[in-house]
Design a protein around this ligand. Structure first.
Ligand code: HEM
Length: 300
């Protein structure tokens, strides 16, 4: 039942590949697959509705508070201003760095084609019109679905030992020589083939563990830190962990940026490693490890 169980399956006529028995096996259990795609939908809606919420006040601060009057305390903001020639430009500022982002951030076109001053453009937000109340409702709906789905994945992964055996990095895989070998192979776009491909390699384990055990929990806790209900119940304990509510909001935004970076690299790797085989494994479970390389050196 474990997702990456070494369970050779009989090659039925429905399998397009003419791989010999033992090369194709069930890589992902049904719970892992369902949780993965529910997670993709949740993350998509959470990001898009989160950007709509962010547009209500497109600035970030450290500490407890941050408001329109706190101009000099913003470390990040998206806005619009007139340039020296009096022409409106969109500006994104990170600390002292000002980046002109006209057309996308700060100054962009509404769905009716009109130029508008707005943080993120309509086509990136959900709903696409500026509507804080609706965006918050969708954000909280998908946040709870995301938490329930994540808990299901975690419990299933612990019970089947998928997390312990296949996701958590193994000590010997962390040896510098092995790490370096994987970095170099990835840079050369050489991926493991044959039996070595039946288990995640160290870079995958580090990336997945980083998401599952660090980034996504941090995203959830910083999100809950902004909830008035939770703060009333816990006496402000959660925001105090991050140095205040405004800091929690900043960290929440940064976890979103890092999640987007993970998704870009993750999807690029799926495409580079063979999208048909990879996606099939996350849809039907079946994965073809490919022929054994001619000279394979066993690694942890
Ligand atoms: C459209 C976007 C995505 C696609 C096409 C995609 C595709 C895949 C595929 C094909 C695998 C299997 C890789 C393998 O067996 O070697 C996988 C695994 C995984 N993906 Fe994604 N993914 C997407 C988005 C995401 C997102 C948003 C997250 C989390 C934020 C995520 C987290 C993971 C994790 C943790 C695994 C390992 C699952 C396990 O084995 O338990 N993916 N993904």
């Amino acid at each position: 039942m474990a997702s990456l169980a070494d369970t050779p399956i009989d090659l039925g006529a429905d399998l397009p590949s003419a791989a010999p028995p033992g090369r194709v096996y069930t890589r992902h259990g049904v719970v892992t697959r369902l949780c993965h795609w529910i997670n993709v939908a949740c993350i998509g809606f959470l990001i898009a509705s989160g950007l709509n919420i962010f547009n209500a006040h497109p600035s970030l601060y450290w500490g407890n508070f941050g408001a329109d009057a706190d101009d000099n305390r913003r470390w990040f903001e998206i806005g619009a201003m007139d340039d020296a020639a009096g022409k409106a430009v969109g500006i994104t500022r990170i600390g002292d760095v000002h980046i002109t982002t006209t057309g996308v951030l700060g100054l962009n076109r509404a769905s009716n084609g009109q130029l508008q001053q707005q943080g993120f453009p309509d086509w990136l937000t959900f709903p696409s019109n500026r509507d804080l109340a609706t965006a918050r409702r969708w954000h909280f709906f998908f946040a709870w679905l995301f938490i329930l789905n994540g808990l299901t994945y975690l419990i299933y992964g612990l019970v089947t030992r998928h997390l312990q055996d296949e996701i958590w990095p193994k000590l010997k895989q962390l040896a510098p020589a092995n790490l370096w070998h994987d970095i170099v192979s990835h840079a050369k776009l050489q991926f493991p083939r044959g039996q070595a491909d039946k288990h995640y390699h160290i870079l995958q384990r580090l990336a997945y563990s980083g998401m599952i055990f660090v980034l996504l929990p941090l995203m959830i806790v910083t999100g809950l830190s902004m909830s008035p209900g939770f703060n009333a119940a816990l006496g402000g304990f959660l925001p105090s962990l991050f140095g205040g509510r405004a800091s929690a909001r900043s960290i929440h935004f940064i976890t979103m940026d890092l999640t987007i970076a993970f998704i870009v690299i993750h999807v690029a790797m799926v495409i580079l490693a063979g999208p048909y085989n990879q996606l099939r494994s996350m849809i039907t479970g079946r994965y073809d490890v490919g022929p054994e390389p001619t000279a394979r050196k066993d690694r942890p």
